[in-house]
Design a protein around this ligand. Structure first.
Ligand code: HEM
Ligand code: HEM
Length: 106
């Protein structure tokens, strides 16, 4: 059951990334030359919509990337001890990056 949930979430976050990246790319490169200026980014990040978008986007990329990495680890690492270390590293890194990112956004 746990495996099915991870499999489904990998695809759901993949879908969010597909559309999210199109939006992110458009906002960063096609919404005027001021899109990457401090004031403009601060204005965007004061809007609840973009806060929500960025948190969803960040959560999706972290889940997708690290869960994908975990899938690769299961396939290639055969020692239980090494797998446990890989799992701990993946969970700590993902949680640390999520906490840092959310703190930047809110
Ligand atoms: C448009 C954006 C993306 C889409 C639609 C997408 C879609 C997918 C899908 C459907 C899978 C499952 C493949 C399978 O199990 O056969 C997958 C796996 C994976 N994705 Fe993505 N992905 C995207 C972006 C990314 C990004 C930006 C990263 C890196 C941070 C990434 C890292 C991975 C990894 C590591 C796996 C596991 C690969 C494996 O098991 O061999 N993906 N992706
Ligand atoms: C040249 C390409 C890129 C530029 C110039 C860029 C620029 C930015 C900027 C300025 C922000 C701050 C938020 C905002 O202004 O609304 C941001 C946030 C973010 N970007 Fe990008 N980005 C690029 C590519 C990417 C790619 C390829 C990904 C993912 C695969 C990505 C993922 C994110 C995420 C998750 C956030 C929110 C993170 C947070 O604030 O903690 N970006 N980006």
């Amino acid at each position: 059951m746990k495996g099915v949930l991870q499999w489904a979430l990998q695809r759901i976050t993949g879908l969010i990334l597909f559309f999210g990246l199109i939006v992110h790319f458009y906002v960063m490169h096609y919404s005027g030359s001021s899109a990457l200026e401090y004031e403009e980014i601060a204005r965007r990040l004061s809007s609840p919509f973009w806060k929500g978008f960025d948190i969803l986007f960040l959560g999706s990329i972290l889940y997708h990337g690290f869960n994908g990495l975990w899938g690769i680890a299961i396939e290639y690492i055969h020692s239980r001890k090494l797998l446990k270390i890989a799992h701990t590293l993946i969970v700590l890194l993902a949680a640390g990056l999520l906490a840092t990112g959310v703190m930047v956004i809110v």
